[in-house]
Write a protein that binds this ligand. Structure first.
Ligand SMILES: Cc1cc2nc3c(=O)[nH]c(=O)nc-3n(C[C@H](O)[C@H](O)[C@H](O)COP(=O)(O)OP(=O)(O)OC[C@H]3O[C@@H](n4cnc5c(N)ncnc54)[C@H](O)[C@@H]3O)c2cc1C
Length: 242
């Protein structure tokens, strides 16, 4: 880390699915960001897998919340092992915020948020922001696909949100229910045109956001093409490494 680095103070982590955690950091004085933006985190602990000591993470917290929160799956890398070993009060260097995959309330089109697994992180920020700012005239439908029911995140939190916001919905589909440990009786299979038609009432008038692994983002962009959605009404964010 150099003298120009900015630092976050780690507060705590919470397990949110079989292998995912939310990491809480104190929000630095004067730190401002838009719902959906991301930061780069740099860890100084030794890396023994040659895969680097920096990763980008979406701020899944809403700017209206007191802390900064990221949510990630702890798989594979030394970086992730170091992240999960952080102790309370540890300092981590960061850069950002970055990105224009953001919620802009001036655009009143209904939002359809399509997420591949952990790609649901920016949509938590956007939905909680809308709740806290009392933005009730923009509907938000999140359709998220997870491989296993064990991987689903934010279910309880979004259930509560649904009770408070009458124009919010969280639909989850599981692609490998047969391999899941937790039982699942909801939607199954990938997000496809049929599911979008089933849950989105204003298909042509909506504004679409797609986030997740690159393969999934490309596949869903193709699905939206078959529904004749204009490119200008689609925003995408690729999460590499999944
Ligand atoms: C805009 C954006 C937002 C993201 N938001 C999230 C989020 O909210 N939650 C989340 O879990 N993930 C998010 N990601 C993905 C995240 O940055 C990681 O790629 C992912 O979590 C997998 O990390 P890993 O360490 O498990 O996998 P790995 O496969 O070890 O690493 C994945 C990525 O690390 C980098 N990397 C690998 N090797 C090297 C190397 N030798 N030197 C330098 N860099 C290397 C590459 O960018 C690679 O794609 C986001 C990515 C982007 C770009």
């Amino acid at each position: 880390m150099d003298n120009d680095s900015k630092y976050l103070t780690f507060l705590k982590k919470e397990k949110v699915s079989a292998d995912a955690y939310s990491f809480y950091f104190a929000k630095p004085e004067g730190f401002e960001y838009l719902p959906g933006q991301y930061i780069r985190i740099v860890l100084e602990q030794p890396i023994n897998d040659g895969r680097g000591n920096m990763r980008f993470f979406t701020l899944t917290s809403s700017p209206t919340e007191n802390n900064l929160i990221i949510t990630t799956r702890i798989i594979q890398s030394s970086f992730k092992k170091n992240l999960v070993s952080l102790y309370e009060g540890a300092k981590v260097a960061y850069q950002g915020p970055y990105g224009n995959f953001v919620f802009d309330p001036r655009n009143k089109r209904p939002r359809v948020y399509l997420a591949g697994g952990i790609g649901v992180t920016p949509f938590r920020s956007m939905a909680l922001y809308a709740r806290d700012k009392n933005i009730t005239n923009i509907s938000m439908t999140i359709i998220a696909s997870f491989s296993l029911s064990d991987d689903i995140i934010y279910m309880d939190e979004f259930k509560n949100l649904k009770e408070k916001l009458n124009n919010f919905d969280y639909i989850v589909t599981v692609t490998k229910p047969e391999l899941s440990k937790l039982s699942w009786d909801g939607e199954t299979g990938r997000i496809d045109a049929e599911k979008i038609k089933k849950y989105v009432s204003n298909i042509s008038g909506s504004y679409y956001f797609i986030a997740g692994p690159s393969v999934m983002v490309s596949a869903l962009s193709e699905v939206l093409k078959t529904l004749n959605i204009d490119r200008e009404n689609i925003k995408t964010e690729n999460f590499p490494g999944y």
